[in-house]
Design a protein around this ligand. Structure first.
Ligand code: NAP
Length: 319
């Protein structure tokens, strides 16, 4: 039988064809497609692989799961499916990259990996309010992840800050533990989808307060005790009691390790120059690190597929 050389790792000089950085739906889908294209991709999934969906309770809007699915279970399925076709996954963080020449350099725990192409799928991380008293209570009374920390607040009163789907989802999830959940939002209109808003608004243990902006967190020796809220319309002040607070006011893209070598927009999201390719030829990007409009698991997965196909074609053209 004819001996067919592998298309993937360039064993001669130790240069990879493709490194995928990040492991949410975009990363795993890019991994699945590029593995099936025999690019022998290496994924750096991060110490907390799976991305934001690992912190999500139930996903009801990803096609193919008629009963819904836990976020972590869906990520495990995606990983298993990509690994079945040969995706190599390392649960390590990329510290920095050198995109000044090809092959590119990727540094992980001091080790350098060289690669012809990169797909960046590092997603986004939660934004904090940054108001007085927050730093001291981070990870104690104040959290950005109800799935992670909700169980610490059994029979306690908690607040959720925000008016988007995340806030509705966090609040609804927290009713499993907390005796009362108050959603505080800075204006009247909600970004949340109708179905998620109505589910939260109709829950007997959830109260929604609009025109409330957290100005300061209050605490004593035992932890969080409440917050000072301001009404943005007239500046009036109200104090609200709570022992737990969950901030759900959006996310920012994770691009620090790129060190300004790729063009981003004013908010730090990576910009595509052609299809899914970034301003650096050979570097592609997909998912929430690019997308501030849709930010859905399904759109991230779709973009991961596009990036893998674009990377495959680009690598082919380089030969
Ligand atoms: P988002 O839709 O951007 O909503 C952020 C919310 O936080 C907005 O209500 C915003 O208020 C508020 N906010 C922002 N900065 C604030 C500040 N400094 N102080 C007080 N409030 C502030 O973000 P998200 O809820 O995280 O959702 C992101 C994306 O993920 C969306 O596309 C959403 O559909 C999706 N998602 C989907 C699901 C699901 O389907 N299961 C679950 C979660 C998220 P303003 O409206 O006044 O700007």
């Amino acid at each position: 039988m004819k001996d067919i050389p592998p298309l993937g790792t360039l064993v001669d000089d130790g240069v990879r064809k493709l490194v995928i950085i990040g492991s949410g739906p975009a990363g795993y889908t890019a991994g699945l497609y590029s593995s099936r294209a025999l690019l022998d991709p290496l994924m750096f999934a991060g110490y907390m692989s799976g991305g934001q969906l690992m912190l999500t309770s139930e996903v009801e809007n990803f096609p193919g799961y008629p009963q819904g699915v836990e976020g972590a279970a869906m990520m495990a399925h995606m990983r298993e499916q990509a690994e079945r076709f040969g995706l190599e996954v390392q649960d390590r963080n990329v510290e920095r990259v050198d995109l000044s020449e090809r092959p590119f350099g990727v540094w992980v725990e001091g080790e350098e990996i060289r690669t012809e192409a990169i797909i960046v799928c590092t997603g986004a991380e939660a934004v904090w309010l940054g108001v007085e008293g927050e730093d001291a209570q981070k990870g104690r009374g104040i959290s950005v992840c109800a799935t992670c920390d909700g169980a610490f607040f059994r029979e306690e009163e908690v607040i959720v800050v925000g008016g988007g789907d995340s806030a509705m989802e966090e609040a609804t999830f927290l009713t499993r533990f907390a005796s009362k959940v108050t959603i505080v939002h800075r204006r009247e209109g909600f970004r949340a989808s109708k179905v998620m808003y109505e589910r939260a608004a109709s829950h007997p243990n959830i109260e929604i307060k609009t025109f409330r902006q957290v100005k300061r967190w209050l605490s004593d020796d035992n932890g969080l005790t409440g917050a000072i809220m301001e009404d943005p319309r007239d500046g009036s002040i109200e104090e609200i009691s709570c022992t737990g607070a969950f901030i759900a006011i959006g996310h920012k893209p994770i691009t620090g390790f790129l060190g300004n070598q790729i063009e981003t927009d004013a908010e730090g999201y990576i910009v595509h120059s052609e299809n899914t390719m970034t301003s650096v030829p050979g570097v592609f990007a997909a998912g929430d690190v690019v997308d501030k409009r849709y930010r859905q698991a399904i759109t991230a997965a779709g973009m991961g597929c596009q990036a893998a196909i674009d990377a495959e074609k680009w690598l082919e053209d380089q030969c």
